[in-house]
Design a protein around this ligand. Sequence first.
Ligand code: CTP
Length: 451
Amino acid sequence: MTSGSEPRSRGPEAGAGQGRGRHVVLGVSGSIAAYKAPALVRLLRRAGHEVRVVPTAAALRFIGAPALAAVSAHPVSTGLFDDPQAVEHVAVGQWAELVLVAPASADLLARLAAGRADDLLTATVLTTTAPVVLAPAMHTQMWLNPATVDNVATLRRRGLRVIDPASGPLTGADSGVGRLPEPEDVVAQALDLLGGPAGSDAGAEGGEDLRGRHVVVSAGGTREPLDPVRFLGNRSSGRQGVALAAAAARAGARVTLVAAYVGQDVLADLPAQVGVRQVGTAVEMEAAVRQAAAQADAVVMAAAVADYRPARAQATKIKKHTLPRGDVPEGGGERPAEEPPPVITLVENPDVLAGLVQDPPRAGLVVMGFAAETGDEDGDVLAHGAAKARRKGAHLLAVNAVGENLGFGDVPNAVVVLDAQGHEVARARGSKQQVAQALVGLLARYLPGRS
Ligand code: CTP
């Protein structure tokens, strides 16, 4: 067993966002799912946290201490007597701001429920005052056994959070409940305990973080007219932007909402003190946002701004056969070759967000954007988000996965916040209101101090 040493001083790993890294102890017990421990460490570190791994002796039959030490960049110790002078069972528990045990075997749950302290992990759980999250992984029959059921109930009664295991194929030929949930899910649920009510590590406490600040929020979808009755638009409801404006106002900021199309029912959720400027098109949005930003500390671009607009908006209603005709489609299309299809020519709209970054209307302006992404053959959601973060250069970019009923409509959101280099700085999940509160807390920490 590798000898442990005094835990390192506080501070995030390289690449962590804005000094917000927390100390996380990852306990690993004897289950085949222990092989997922390095993935858990990587996710925690990528979120900016410093991680010490404390495996049980049984865990080391499934995963080697050198691998755990390498991914965590910390020595790994298991026993109480590896380095007695360091009084590790107390030191590690005190160092921890969060203890996550994943996987937690049936045996470990039993030992914790009994209050045992016969190795470094159980002793750490007994000494720590930090929140403790247990992610069980075991065979279905062990999970459903009344002994385990009682142990889980005991631990939950004492305030430890026990994550429900997932269902699916088990180690043997059978399948059922008892699998360790996906590492992303385990980490997200664990980090919920580090944040405020938003269930995030973005750090919003809902306090008066923004008193004396002016925040501009854009919301809704722009409408790009074709003629007096028709437009090119999108499905944005404006709810996320309205929730952000409301959260910023609750945090004490003076708030200007630049609203493209937002339903009246959604606007009804706005606190009365939020000033609203209604706009229609992307060009109008750019002018209104830049004007308001000239007196602001921060701009949050939550609006769905159309990338293109029709080159010509006609003053009178377009008649069916008066649109310009394009080329004849290959193969002739559905119409005879002598009748080419109607064409709408588009021109590019300004990128409001990128413009605010490249040419800020006020020095020190902090800019936050949003990116709704889907994964494709060129990369996953985060890869696309990171590329967009680098391309646009906003201080913060909140990325959410869309499709498969994620992120659209009135369903819970999960966002990963990236900095201008595409590095992850925070995660937030929950309702749009909870996500908004978390993001506003994060924004407050990015604002330069007042002199
Ligand atoms: N945005 C903007 N002006 C535009 C387009 C987008 O200010 N013309 C802002 C949005 O408000 C959002 C961020 O940029 O904060 C990302 O929007 P998105 O539509 O994802 O970016 P696009 O550059 O349009 O990228 P894509 O190619 O994925 O559509």
